[in-house]
Structures are given as C-alpha cells and as structure tokens.
Design a protein around this ligand. Structure first.
Ligand code: ATP
Ligand code: MG
Length: 567
C-alpha cells in the first residue's frame, strides 16, 4: 500500500521507509547521501542501471547527493576504457554526480593508515601462510576454522612486516594482512578475513606506487565512511559481509554509514554476469560490448532503448528483499510504451515485392499527407510520394489466400495506407523458384484517403513505398540473445548452447520512405506494422542506411497483464 503521508508520487519501498525513519530521528542531520560503486572491470549492464536509478533516484527524491565511486582495488582486471564507458552510461541514463567522482584508490593512503591502527590495537596480523593453507584453515560453514600459526605475532613484528610488505621487500603471496576476529565465527566472513595482499602490478591510477592492495571488503566500508555516505545500498550477497564492515568501522572508531541490502535484478533470457558478458565479447559471439543484443547499457543504447524507458522499468520493478526473476517482457513493455509516444511513424518494406499500378498515369507523382504520430498531433504531418510503381511486403500477397487473409490476392482489394484502394489483376512468377516477382494492379481514383469521395470499404490496409523515391537500407532484426529462460541455470550445460541462433537477421535490400534520410541517429521511429527502429550509430551512413530493430510491435507483457486482469 502506498504511504499516504509521502509527498512523492512514486510508490514507497522498504528502503524509503528506512530513510524516512532516519530523517524523522534526525539520524544523519537530515542528510541523504548515497553512492554508486562500480568496479571498472567491465561495461555496465541493466542490473547496474537498476542500482544507478535507485541510488541517484533516492538522492534526487530526498534532495540529497549521490557519489560516483570507482571501486578500483584490483589492478589486474581494471582498465581506463571501463571507467570512461561507465561515466558515459550514467550520464546517458540522465544522472549527474557533479564533482563527486571518487576512486577507492584515492583512499589507499588512508586505508593503509587504518590498517596500521588495527595492527596497533592488536586487531590485525601479518600471516605468512600460503594461499592454500589459509583457505584450508578457514573451515566450512558447519566446522570452525583453525587459528593460523602466525596469529599471535607481536604488534612490533606485525608493524615491521606490514611496512616491509608495502616497501616491496616480498614477493606476491609471501604474506597477507588479516583482521584478527574469530576463526570459529558462524559467519565465514569474520574468520580473520584477508585485508591486504601483495601484488606487484601497476594500477591504472596509482601506477607503481603500491605493491600491496586492499581487498574489496576492507576498502568498501571504509570508502563509504570517508565519503560520509548515509545509506550504503548494496545487493543481498553482502548482507553477511555487513558484520565485518561494522566490525572494521567500530574498531577504527570512524563514521558509520548504514548498509541496506536489496535483491539484485535478474531478468529471464538474459545473463548479467560480467564474466560471461566478457566471454561473449572475447569469443566473438557478439560484436563487442555495445552489440545491440547485449544487456549492457551501451548495447541497449545502440539498440535504440531510451533512458526514460530504462528509468521507468527500474521504477516499475521496485526494490525487493528477496531474489526473484523479472520477465524481460516487462523491460520491452516499458520500451514500447515510451516509443509509442515519441516515435515518428514511417513506412518501409523489408521484403519488397514490386507492384505496377496499370491505370495510374506514367509520370505522375502525388504528394500524400501522412500523420507522423497518431498518439501526438503536435508531431504534425509529412508528405509521402506516391506513383505508378510501388513496393509492398512479399507477405502481403498470397497466390492462394487462406480464409480471413484481408490483404492482396488475385482479384482481391486492399487499401494502401494514406493512398488508394488497389485490386490485384495479375502476377508473375519465377518459373524456376516459384517465387512471385511482380504484381499488376489497378487503383480506384475515387478512394484516395481523407477525401471521403467514395464509401467503398475493404478490410485490410497495408504499407508500401513508392519505388522511385524509396531509399534502400540494410535492416538488422535483433531478437533475444538467448533462447532459454535461464541460460546459466543448467550447470551441466554450457550457456553458449542457449544462444539464440536467430538473434540477428540482416536484410540487405529493404526500401524505406525518403523521409528516413533526414532522421538522425538519436531518432527512434516506427516502421508501420513492423516495429520500432533507429539508425545504427556506428554503421549507418547517409548514402548507406543501416536500421536496427529496437523491438517488434507485439507486446507480450500487455497480454500477460490482460490475462492477469481477467483472472
Ligand atoms: P562483480 O563484483 O562480480 O564484478 P558486480 O555486478 O557486482 O560484479 P560492481 O561493479 O561491483 O559489479 O557493481 C556495482 C554496483 O552495482 C554494486 O553496488 C552492485 O550491487 C550493483 N549491481 C550489480 N549487479 C546488479 C544487479 N543485477 N541488480 C542490481 N544491482 C546490481
Ligand atoms: Mg561487485
């Protein structure tokens, strides 16, 4: 139920309830300060978009602030390319971090000082066990771990070794710094977690200054504290890390943000693991991170998604405390809803069939009036050329029409959108392939759309383009990348087996009406009766148009909703 005292028109959720409560108790002096903390080790995906909308959205709703913080603690996997793409994606989604662009690596000095403080309190020690020894002594969820041989080193020895780790005196893996908490804690995260490891590697920002790097769990909570974050929102898998973050902050006696966990966004027919997305890119199953089939923000952008549709989707799915799977049809529904309002309608023929209108004057070209968007009168009208030779969709003609086929067939009539009613008089066929190559039709001059001079009625209306003025285009029909609902769900099967072999179909010689030439790569348009399209940002050229299908017109979500309402 919506909270009636709330000012915002958006529905409430459990995170907002916590914030409201904190505001009532003046917990952070009325401040709301969130952050979005990506690790720059890949491109952002729709799950990150959810987190971005949530964190930046809360800051906006409460007149607060949201920081962008790169969690760049692992030099081996991180790259500047990713940093740049992440910034571009967040901006495109419509959010702004102002001058608050931070990096966990900016806190390396401070984190080192914090580590020294723990050592001095006897709360951290240098462990010289091997990686395997440490792993084996951790125990299992049901069995306690074993104390390390090095657990009782003196504070002096720990300080000396840690400083020498930093000075580069040791090789990778020779020592680590561990928190001294409790090897028999039922929470595995509290069994003396590793805080620092030695890595002789250059970092994309700090260069060769450091050869010890903080672990994520050590950097994360303290970074939130340093930035004065009030509500540190993260996904559920960090719930049992919270006691560790609390422990660190209490031992360091520093400012304490509040962590709140919510369920990560999962979508059916979609994978969001960065590891798998990287694999798809590296093994060339897709053409890069921004392939329009990818669930990455850059892929969705290139596909033609609007930021509004993603923000609306994110609002619709809300926040949950338990993991679940959202139907990807809901994302597509949010997209169609937005495109329906904004997309200019144009006509285009994907599989052209030539039609000659025998009784139409040879050299005549008429300029017909066409409505740009029936949903929005302010988008106006455009002129559409009509002439003796046109193209229609191959599918819109049948030599032997089934019952209720209200399009063209021998002797049958159909309306051409915005133009006339035509009748099919004859057709020619390729004798070898049996393919229909050409239709001969006649038109009824009295039936021009919008004139009201004839009351002849036909059941079907089809789209068309005038042959001479039409522009040729390549059309890329994108479909879901995976044909299975849960592509990584079956552990016996490689996720690659679930890749949809028809996720991309390229049609080369499509014909679109001439007005498409004047559109920009920011425009989204509807090819009437076919779907929503945009010009491909990278490959479309003025004299060689490339169209991406954003989404088809068929709205499976709307159907699901209707069915639910009927129940
Ligand atoms: P990994 O840590 O495995 O590389 P990640 O998806 O957690 O992957 P991060 O860069 O750490 O990547 O994520 C940045 C933020 O986005 C985190 O706060 C994380 O909780 C959030 N996030 C990531 N995936 C999702 C998702 N599917 N739904 C909601 N939030 C997500
Ligand atoms: Mg992460």
């Amino acid at each position: 139920m919506a909270n009636e005292t709330q000012k915002s028109t958006k529905p409430s959720n459990f995170i907002k309830e916590i914030i409201d409560e904190d505001l009532r108790n003046n917990k952070y002096n009325g401040r709301v300060h969130t952050r979005f903390p990506p690790e720059p080790n890949g491109y952002l995906h729709i799950g990150h978009a959810k987190s971005i909308c949530l964190n930046f959205g809360l800051a906006k709703d409460y007149n607060g602030l949201c920081n962008l913080r790169f969690d760049d603690t692992n030099p081996s996997k991180e790259e500047v390319e990713y940093v740049e793409s992440i910034k571009e994606d967040i901006k495109w989604l419509g959010f702004d971090w102002g001058d608050r662009e931070y990096y966990a690596s900016d806190y390396f000095d401070q984190l080192y000082e914090y580590a020294i403080k723990l050592i001095k309190k006897g709360k951290a020690y240098v462990d010289s066990s091997s990686f395997n020894e440490i792993r084996e002594s951790r125990g299992t969820p049901t069995e306690p771990g074993k104390n390390s041989l090095y657990r009782n080193r003196s504070i002096e020895e720990n300080l000396d070794l840690f400083q020498r780790m930093k000075a580069g005196e040791f090789k990778d893996g020779e020592h680590v710094l561990r928190a001294k908490i409790d090897m028999s804690s039922p929470n595995m995260n509290l069994r003396d977690p590793v805080l620092y490891r030695i890595k002789h590697e250059s970092h994309h920002r700090t260069g060769d200054k450091w050869c010890i790097y903080p672990m994520y769990d050590w950097a994360h909570g303290q970074s939130d504290s340093i930035e004065g974050i009030t509500h540190s929102i993260c996904t559920l898998e960090f719930e049992n890390h919270r006691p560790l973050y609390d422990w660190c902050i209490n031992e360091l006696e520093i400012y304490h943000p509040q962590q709140i966990e919510f369920a990560r966004l999962n979508l059916n027919y979609t994978v969001m693991s960065k590891r798998i997305l990287l694999e798809l890119v590296k093994s060339k199953f897709v053409n890069g991170w921004n392939d329009p089939r990818m669930p990455t923000i850059s892929g969705l952008r290139r596909r033609g998604y609007t930021p509004e549709s993603i923000r609306n989707f994110s609002e619709r799915v809300g926040v949950a405390k338990r993991d679940g799977v959202i139907d990807v049809a809901l994302l597509e529904h949010s997209l169609r809803e937005d495109l329906n309002k904004r997309a200019k309608r144009v006509m285009g023929v994907l599989n052209p069939l030539k039609v000659i209108i025998d009784n139409y004057p040879d050299d005549q070209v008429e300029e017909l009036n066409a409505v740009n968007n029936p949903e929005d009168e302010s988008m106006g009208k455009r002129k559409l050329p009509f002439s003796k030779i046109i193209f229609i969709e191959k599918d819109d003609f049948r030599e032997d029409p089934p019952k209720k086929f209200y399009r063209l067939a021998p002797g049958q009539e159909v309306r051409l959108r915005y133009a006339y009613i035509i009748k099919c008089e004859s057709f020619s066929k390729d004798p070898k392939t049996g393919e229909i190559t050409e239709l001969h039709c006649t038109y009824d001059p009295e039936t021009k759309s919008g004139t009201g001079t004839s009351n002849k009625k036909v059941k079907g209306t089809i789209h068309w383009v005038s042959a001479e003025q039409a522009v040729e285009a390549e059309v890329r029909l994108y479909d879901r990348l995976f044909s299975s609902e849960d592509p990584t769900g079956d552990k016996e099967k490689d996720f690659k087996e679930s890749i949809n072999p028809d996720s991309l179909k390229i049609l080369k010689y499509c014909k679109v009406e001439p007005s498409v030439k004047s559109l920009t790569t920011d425009d989204r348009f509807q090819l009437e009766r076919i779907g929503y399209f945009c010009l491909d940002k990278f490959d479309s050229k003025e004299d060689a148009l490339v169209l991406n299908r954003i989404v088809s017109l068929r709205d499976t979500w709307a159907k699901i909703e209707k069915a639910q309402q009927r129940k």
